[in-house]
Design a protein around this ligand. Structure first.
Ligand code: SAH
Length: 266
């Protein structure tokens, strides 16, 4: 038998945020390799009896590839369960290449990224008409260096929504970069730890000036998303530019613009 390996996005933590397809594959899986503490609940909840379940937290990439490959000899469906979406900081290519080289079929099932779950938890929006229409998913350099031109300082100059992964222990570096890019000291920043985890989610709101102190006070040092965005707090703004999509004067594929509202808004 030559089974297929599915790289399944587990979502941000809440097992209910798995996709229907991801859940079906877990229910059919003969073997599941899951990524550390972030997704074990989903793996054990939906895995069938007798399924081989292995935590990858103490394995090297080579060992993970070898394990997946080995399982395809015994099982039709082998799942590699990853946090959020497998294509974001998921070492996906490093794991798929050895499978391709061995002639093993594989496919990716997308997942709800923690960037989206964090904004959802905070009740915030990633984009807002006439404020920002762009989202940058990034990180600051840790042991992995940033490619030239992708330094946070350069990206922050665009004044878009910034979802900053893997950087909670480098908050000082985030602050430095935003200041260097000209963000104001009172620019709002939200940090969400364990977004969507039932009973464990923490949301810390602050500004460029005080976000680090606030996170320290809440003892947030891991599994957290930093979001800096000119959209934060928009729910409480006194005035808001209206989204063109819902503006009665704006026709689109599913609705004709109304002449009357065009006149009144002109
Ligand atoms: N593929 C994942 C990201 C993996 S990198 C995704 O799409 O979300 C790991 C980083 O993701 C963490 O350092 C943290 O910044 C973020 N992260 C993962 N799960 C999170 C959660 N539930 N809440 C907040 N941030 C989370």
């Amino acid at each position: 038998m030559a089974g297929k390996v599915w790289f399944v996005g587990a979502g941000p933590g809440d097992p209910e945020l798995l996709t229907v397809k991801g859940r079906r594959l877990l229910e059919e899986a003969g073997a599941i390799l899951f990524a550390g503490s972030l997704v074990d609940q989903a793996a054990t909840l939906f895995a069938p009896p007798g399924c081989e379940i292995r935590d990858s937290k103490d394995m090297t990439l080579e060992e993970m590839s070898a394990w997946l490959l080995d399982q395809t000899a015994r099982h039709a469906t082998v799942v590699r369960l990853q946090t959020g979406d497998p294509g974001l900081y998921g070492a996906l290519v490093e794991m798929t290449r050895p499978l391709t080289a061995a002639g093993i079929e594989w496919a990716v099932v997308p997942g709800v990224s923690s960037a989206f779950a964090s904004m959802a938890a905070a009740g915030e929006t990633l984009t807002l008409p006439e404020v920002t229409q762009t989202v940058i998913l990034t990180r600051v350099a840790g042991r992995t260096p940033m490619p030239a031109g992708e330094e946070l300082e350069a990206l922050a100059a665009h004044r878009t929504t910034l979802c900053i992964f893997l950087s909670i222990t480098l908050l000082h570096e985030v602050q430095r970069a935003l200041r260097a890019a000209g963000w104001a000291e009172d620019a709002p920043i939200v940090v969400v730890q364990k977004a969507s985890w039932p009973g464990e989610e923490k949301i810390v709101r602050g500004t460029l000036a005080d976000i680090k102190k606030r996170c320290q006070a809440e003892k947030i040092a891991s599994q957290a998303m930093i979001i800096a965005s000119p959209t934060l707090g928009a729910a409480d703004w006194p005035t808001l530019a209206r989204s063109k999509l819902y503006d009665p004067a704006f026709g689109h594929r599913f609705r004709k613009a109304s002449a009357a509202s065009e006149e009144t808004s002109a």
